[in-house]
Ligand binder design. Structure first.
Ligand code: FAD
Length: 526
């Protein structure tokens, strides 16, 4: 190609902005042409379908599509993409999983939103387990809770999870899919053998590390930019029956992080004596004992925990889980004692639970139901999720947790902080992580009222500014930027590959416009 890549892309972006200016003509044209398609009966213009496709779990931004596609098979999706791709003035298309993004990432202003969940089990997009039990083929629209239930039925399970299971396979694989298992098994994107993808050129491609590998690595962690994932092949292992679930409290941050790092370094291997899960969180007030990441602490112990919080203002909570099955309780208890030997948690502040494996994995759902009953689930969620290099986590504790968070004193909802290893991630994938062997994830998973989410967004901005000034090279998880410069910085050395792959797999910039990487002007605040 004679034209340099970035300027070609700039030309495409200018064209797409021009097209946005002539939106009205385009929209009328688009609606009438869509009526002529074979998938026309599956396009909904129903105000309630449009309204729900204009919103997400964040309740902060809104972008109204022209129509919502309710596909019954991947071919319906390919047909829609093909139609847009063939137009001289194409329209944008967003796959919508469970719409649990918080910044409009699954929206498509003036375009078409594909309600992936309408596919249910249609045409090979259900959950099918290999005859030897080594993997499951799973439709991109499937919820992880359904994957869990079906695989458990055969005594099997995937190994890498998210904290919450009412998310779709395609949605989490477009980000990374992280939780307390990540330190040992890697994120969900490191646990995929193969995927089927419909690209922005409407090609239906099966890809894996050995077959169309560029698209495989592009789509995993690719923020929906390169194609719509319609199937993923997920490795399975024998499922445990029960878990020992332990929480320990700390008032000293360096003790807390030293123990976290010690545990992940000793337990990263795949043997049945090692830990299966490790997370950490902050306890800031009474609400922290009973937020949606599960009420855990026995009621009789809560007064002494609250006294500790009152005295120290921040208490750090280390949470670990060990699976067990054939072992007797005594054996697993001995293994646990061995694992916890030499840790520096506060004496008298170790709490244990014994739970069914599925009860532990689905722990957020019961809290979700409680919050829903109180009208506190479908509220704004001004979240901030960051990856912080290990070398700066102490600076982050002082500058953010002990200063900004305590001074503003508005934080509601879980604040997570736990480490993971770079070596469990595959750098060829689109997902971006810090450039250090160990890094922490910090999630400020806040809920607010409809009137005050901006106060929380201000806190998020202050945190990012602090990191910038303090030279803490954070990477956002579930990233959200409003400028091209923000995205270029985010991807760093991966930016040129990301752009090149976009040109290759979605040259007309049709897909996932709500991420606002290549399409600006996609939504407005609520
Ligand atoms: C309560 C709650 C708890 C969470 N816990 C965790 C957690 O523990 N760990 C974690 O990693 N994340 C967590 N998340 C974040 C979550 O993983 C992401 O928001 C994820 O994108 C949500 O999945 P979804 O199916 O709702 O995707 P959506 O929000 O619908 O879509 C997300 C993005 O992916 C694109 N997309 C959707 N489906 C496809 C597909 N099939 N192919 C290609 N692109 C697609 C969309 O266009 C959009 O750009 C949590 C979110 C919530 C609300």
């Amino acid at each position: 190609m004679a034209v340099a890549l970035p300027s070609f892309l700039t030309a495409i972006m200018i064209m797409s902005r021009l097209m946005a200016f002539i939106g009205i003509t385009r929209n009328n044209d688009m609606s009438s042409k869509l009526q002529a398609l074979d998938i026309a009966p599956k396009l909904s213009y129903d105000p309630s379908a449009i309204e729900s496709a204009s919103q997400d779990f964040g309740h902060i931004v809104k972008a109204v599509p022209q129509a919502v596609l309710l596909p019954s098979s991947p071919w319906d999706i390919a047909s829609l993409v093909n139609f847009s791709y063939s137009k001289s003035v194409p329209f944008s298309i967003a796959a919508r999983g469970n719409s649990h993004s918080v910044n409009g990432q699954a929206m498509a202003k003036n375009g078409v939103v594909i309600d992936m969940t309408s596919m249910k089990n249609g045409n090979g997009t259900g959950i099918r387990i290999a005859s030897d039990g080594s993997y499951a083929d799973v439709g991109g629209q499937q919820f992880w809770i359904d994957v869990l239930n079906v695989t458990l039925g055969l005594g099997l399970t995937p190994v890498s999870w998210t904290d919450y299971l009412y998310l779709t396979v395609g949605g989490t694989l477009s980000n990374a899919g992280i939780s307390g298992q990540t330190f040992r098994y890697g994120p969900q994107i490191s646990n995929v053998y193969e995927i089927d993808v419909i690209t922005g050129t409407a090609d239906f491609v099966t890809c894996s590390p050995n077959n169309n590998s560029d698209l495989f690595y592009a789509a995993l962690g690719g923020l929906g930019q390169f194609g719509i994932i319609t199937r993923a092949r997920i490795p399975l292992e024998p499922a445990p029956k029960r878990v020992k679930w332990v929480r320990m409290l700390y008032t000293d941050f360096s003790d807390f992080t030293r123990d976290q790092e010690l545990l992940i370094s000793k337990n990263g291997r795949n043997d049945n004596k090692a830990l299966n899960y490790l997370e950490g969180s902050l306890l800031l007030d009474q609400g922290s004992l009973d937020n949606w990441r599960s009420s855990f602490f026995p009621p009789q112990d809560q007064p002494k925990i609250i006294s500790l919080i009152t005295k120290f203002r921040i208490v750090y909570c280390l949470e670990i889980v060990k699976h067990y099955d054939g072992q007797t309780k005594t054996t697993v208890d001995k293994d646990l004692q061995q694992l916890l030997k030499g840790l520096s948690y506060l004496p008298g502040f170790m709490f244990e639970k014994d739970a069914k494996y599925e009860e532990f994995l689905n722990r957020v759902h019961s809290e979700e139901l409680k919050l829903k009953a109180k009208g506190l689930w479908d509220v704004p969620h001004p979240w901030l999720n960051l990856f912080i290099p290990k070398s700066k986590i102490s600076d982050f504790n002082h500058g953010v947790f002990k200063s900004i968070v305590l001074q503003r004193n508005i934080t509601t909802g879980p604040v997570l902080v736990y480490p993971m290893n770079r070596k469990k991630w595959d750098d060829r994938m689109s997902a971006v992580i810090p450039d250090e062997e160990i890094f922490y994830t910090v999630g400020l998973l806040q809920s607010s009222g409809f009137d005050d989410w901006r106060t929380f967004e201000d806190q998020n901005k202050e945190i990012l500014l602090f990191c910038e000034k303090a030279g803490i090279k954070v990477k956002q998880y579930l990233p959200h930027y409003t400028t091209k410069e923000g995205w270029v910085n985010h991807f760093g050395s991966k930016w040129s590959t990301f752009q090149k792959r976009k040109l290759q797999f979605d040259p007309k910039l049709l897909l996932s416009p709500g991420q606002r990487i290549f399409n600006s002007n996609q939504y407005s605040p609520n």
